[in-house]
Ligand binder design. Structure first.
Ligand SMILES: [Zn+2]
Length: 244
């Protein structure tokens, strides 16, 4: 039974019995893993209060190759991020990041994904109050991109127009843009809004505070394109948080 020690982010936790906890982790070296933290809910446990969502640290566990649940023996905290839970916008976005990783992370080691997740959580934790909405959307788009679901925003997928002067529309299901002429209908993005979407999708949180429309576009995109009909509860949080 090999012992594994690897950097890990806590994505989700739930109690198991009165004293133990099950953790869903994204590990740096072995992709997503589930571990049982025996006794972690006992008040005197050294892991009490440590194993909370959004935290990262170095996990040591007994790895059973043919099993889905391994046994945690230690977790050395690098950064706890419990402050994310005190602000609904930050919490909502951090939850979207973790839920997307839970649903869509590849089974094997993915350094880029790990880096984007930790970078996104840190950015959400450190963002000055006025910049939280932009930071939230940029972090979510970056994660969608590293998971391989990013939209192609280069120009109209039909006629090739770069949409710098013409209104565009995002086809959420296809993950591509069309100009108004090639795909008529409502929900057009004027060039400044498309420019803003492109910046957010590249992970750039600067620029004007995102409109409610930018939030809806992200949520719709994740719902139809990345989550494939699976209901992500955290998306409801993101929508419920009023972004002016
Ligand atoms: Zn076109």
């Amino acid at each position: 039974m090999p012992i594994v020690t690897t950097r890990s982010v806590v994505l989700q936790t739930y109690p198991y019995s009165d004293t133990s906890k099950i953790l869903r982790l994204l590990t740096l070296d072995h992709g997503p893993q589930s571990v049982m933290a025996r006794g972690a809910l006992r008040p005197r446990s050294r892991l009490s209060g440590v194993l909370e969502p959004f935290a990262d640290g170095t996990a040591t566990f007994y790895f059973k190759p043919d099993r889905d649940l391994h046994t945690l023996s230690d977790f050395e905290l690098t950064r706890e991020r419990q402050a994310l839970g005190r602000d609904l916008q930050r919490y909502a976005a951090a939850s979207v990041l973790c839920e997307l990783v839970l649903r869509l992370a590849p089974a094997e080691r993915d350094l880029s994904l790990y880096g984007v997740l930790v970078g996104g959580l840190d950015a959400l934790l450190e963002a000055p109050p006025g910049t939280v909405p932009g930071t939230a959307l940029a972090a979510c788009w970056s994660l969608v991109d590293v998971l391989g679901f990013g939209p192609d925003l280069s120009g109209c997928a039909s006629c090739g127009d770069d949409l710098s002067e013409r209104n565009g529309r995002l086809d959420v299901r296809e993950g591509t843009l069309f100009c108004e002429r090639c795909l008529p209908g409502g929900g057009v993005l004027p060039p400044p809004e498309l420019d803003h979407l492109r910046r957010l999708a590249e992970g750039d949180p600067t620029g004007p505070g995102p409109s409610a429309r930018q939030v809806r576009l992200l949520v719709e995109f994740i719902r139809h394109h990345a989550a494939e009909g699976v209901h992500l509860r955290s998306l409801d949080f993101l929508l419920a948080e009023e972004i002016p």
